[in-house]
Design a protein around this ligand. Structure first.
Ligand SMILES: Nc1ncnc2c1ncn2[C@@H]1O[C@H](COP(=O)(O)OP(=O)(O)OP(=O)(O)O)[C@@H](O)[C@H]1O
Ligand SMILES: [Mg+2]
Length: 462
């Protein structure tokens, strides 16, 4: 079975030695590819994930140290073995520090090489067993497929465990893509209602006129197009959970009707006078600030308090970057399976750095999509590189996206000038946004209009 063979890259510039050893390695069951130079080795490594690279240390051009370094950089799991010449043991130590597993000194018996190889293979096996154990430990950092290990997520898991078994109404708040729906489902699946249905209704996806019928159902002829009678989502969710997504978009009249359901657990189908009683647990979600909408008069205060019995707030991803590596690992596994890629896919550290520096306005959904795309683009490689990531993620690889790049040249920087430049840029942009209206621009910057005008004058002088 070719998949089970161990693929080995053998780099040695002396042809007779190389060919003799390659032949014996092949006899011992390895699938051997030969390279004569470091350059050739890098080329081979760039398009194939070898299990093992054995390289002579002294090579014309790119030497063995660089070969090992490049190999380990690309494939953290690769086994690197160095063959050293006379008196280069010090170099061998150095190359081991750079990621080689072992070395063999010239001249050597073939058995010595085999001994080093077997030792390295055993070491790798143990390492992957440890990785497996680690992965199992990480199961602790999940709740029904919700991944997270930072303070915020551990508090959330604790809260979910406490409230899931109750019948209390829950209001989940969070930006788009923060996991509101996955949390709602997790609550349902950990409640005594799990044997009944979880019915989701996205209030913003359905035209206002149809939303009422969708929620409460209707009788035949209740409105144009109501050909037959139909059960609403409320009835479908009987004894289960009703998930009302984007509840902030609901019209005031419908809010009134929903309030009655929450208070009395009863309602009528559209066009019907028979009252129907239901037993549902309601979980609502919103990315709007409902408290503010109550203040603005666009959301009913009484409904808000009825929904907000237990508030669950999902923090944006940029406020819990410590969860990114775990999420990345989770999505790598998911998409490696879905796209039939090697199950051991990893993210290069450079790519990981870019992922952690980005602000993720679309939160976890956006991260998930970025990883799916990267896995798709990675071809046969076992490691995702920064270049596999979407361009917008890479653009802000360093620093704060809205902060100009700052470096300190030897002669230092002009502090006043630098600050003035930032002020000028902020004012320029606010004026651009407000089409030159200074009053509106001042409001955007939370400045008094007079302060803005003064600053403008002063900045013209700097
Ligand atoms: N903590 C998490 N661990 C793993 N996957 C997550 C997590 N949070 C969200 N996801 C995944 O991210 C995607 C978006 O989550 P979800 O649909 O629940 O977000 P949402 O807050 O409802 O977004 P929207 O407001 O846009 O509807 C889903 O594929 C979900 O499985
Ligand atoms: Mg959602």
């Amino acid at each position: 079975m070719p998949e089970n063979r161990t693929h080995l890259l053998f780099v040695e510039d002396e042809a007779p030695l190389r060919e003799a050893i390659a032949e014996r390695l092949t006899d011992n069951g390895f699938d051997v590819v030969q390279a004569e130079t470091g350059e050739q080795a890098l080329e081979r490594l760039s398009d194939f994930a070898f299990d093992i690279v054995i390289t002579d240390l002294r090579l014309p051009g790119i030497d063995g140290t660089a070969v090992i370094q490049a190999a380990v950089e690309r494939y953290p799991e690769i086994i690197g073995i160095v063959i050293t010449g006379y008196g280069t043991v010090r170099d061998a130590v150095d190359v081991i520090k750079r990621g080689a597993t072992d070395f063999v000194a010239k001249p050597f018996q073939f058995d010595e090489l085999m001994h080093a190889l077997n030792g390295a293979l055993e070491q790798r096996r143990l390492k992957s067993e440890n990785a497996y154990l680690r992965a199992q430990l990480q199961e602790r950092y999940r709740f029904e497929g919700i991944v997270g290990r930072g303070r915020a997520m551990r508090d959330l898991f604790h809260l979910l465990e406490t409230v899931a078994p109750t019948v209390s109404t829950i209001l989940i708040t969070g930006e788009t893509g923060t996991g509101k729906e996955i949390v709602a489902r997790a609550i349902h699946h950990n409640s005594p209602r799990r044997g009944h249905r979880f019915v989701a209704l996205n209030c913003s996806a359905i035209p206002e006129t149809l939303l009422e019928a969708e929620l409460f159902g209707h009788v035949r002829g209740a409105f144009t197009g109501a050909i037959g009678a139909r059960q609403g989502r409320l009835e479908q969710a009987h004894r289960g959970t009703l998930f009302l997504d984007e509840v902030g978009t609901m019209s005031m009249p419908l809010q009134m009707k929903l309030l009655r359901v929450l208070q009395e657990r009863e309602f009528e189908r559209v066009g019907d006078s028979n009252t129907i009683r239901v037993d549902v647990r309601v979980i609502a979600a919103t990315n709007a600030d409902l408290a503010r909408m109550v203040g603005d008069g666009t959301f009913r205060e009484d409904l808000y308090y009825r929904l907000n019995v237990i508030p669950v707030t999902l923090p944006p991803l940029r406020e819990r970057k410590e969860d990114i590596p775990l999420l990345v690992q989770h999505f790598l596994q998911k998409f490696a399976t879905e796209l039939e890629r090697p199950p051991t896919m990893t993210m290069s550290q450079t790519a990981m750095r870019a992922l952690m520096a980005y602000a993720w306005p679309g939160n976890i959904r956006q991260l998930e999509n970025a990883i799916e795309r990267a896995v798709a683009l990675s071809g046969g490689r076992s490691q995702i590189e920064a270049s596999d990531l979407p361009p917008d993620v890479l653009q802000v690889e360093e620093g704060n996206p809205s902060f100009p790049p700052l470096s300190f040249p030897d002669e230092g920087i002009d502090f006043e000038q630098f600050i003035a430049d930032i002020e000028r840029e902020m004012i320029r942009r606010s004026l651009e946004r407000t089409h030159g209206n200074k009053g509106a621009a001042a409001r955007l910057l939370n400045l008094k209009r007079t302060t803005l005008v003064e600053k403008l004058k002063r900045l013209e002088r700097v």
